[in-house]
Ligand binder design. Sequence first.
Ligand SMILES: *[C@@H]1O[C@H](CO)[C@@H](O)[C@H](O)[C@H]1NC(C)=O
Length: 161
Amino acid sequence: MSTLPSLKMASALGIFLLVILVHTEASSSSGKGGKSFPHDMTLQSDLTKLYNSPVYKVDRMRQPIGGLSFALGILSHSGVRATLANGSQWLIHKGDGFGRSSQTVVVNAKHMSSDWKIIETKDFRGTKTIGDFVKAGGTDYNVIFDNCHFGSRRMMDQKKK
Ligand SMILES: *[C@@H]1O[C@H](CO)[C@@H](O)[C@H](O)[C@H]1NC(C)=O
């Protein structure tokens, strides 16, 4: 690669180099101690394959924060759960300090706790990839102007081809 054709290309590269960090929130109920890697992947090639995978059914989901029984505004957390052709499901969400090169991360949805509730469902019919969703979620986080809700809204609002 001699030159970087565009900023778009540069950010796409950034997404592929993204290191997904352990996200403890989703697995806090197990009580087993010891952390697992929610994406369950150690090989870069598996991660690249995941990012290139077409997305079908997508649920926008909300989780109450801090044990509150209602989910409202910034007192809740939101993200999208994407289903791939092979039936596996992945939670894509953003938060302050979630990731390294991007604050939008992908975790295996089987680690989600039961307090996540579906608020909207769309069928993307394979027109977008996991990588497109991460890109739409955005690399930067701002608690007021670009929080998890902005990220999940942008992911849902992606235009199908
Ligand atoms: C489904 O495809 C993804 C992306 O390649 C892969 O990571 C995952 O392991 C697959 N799951 C199953 C159940 O085959």
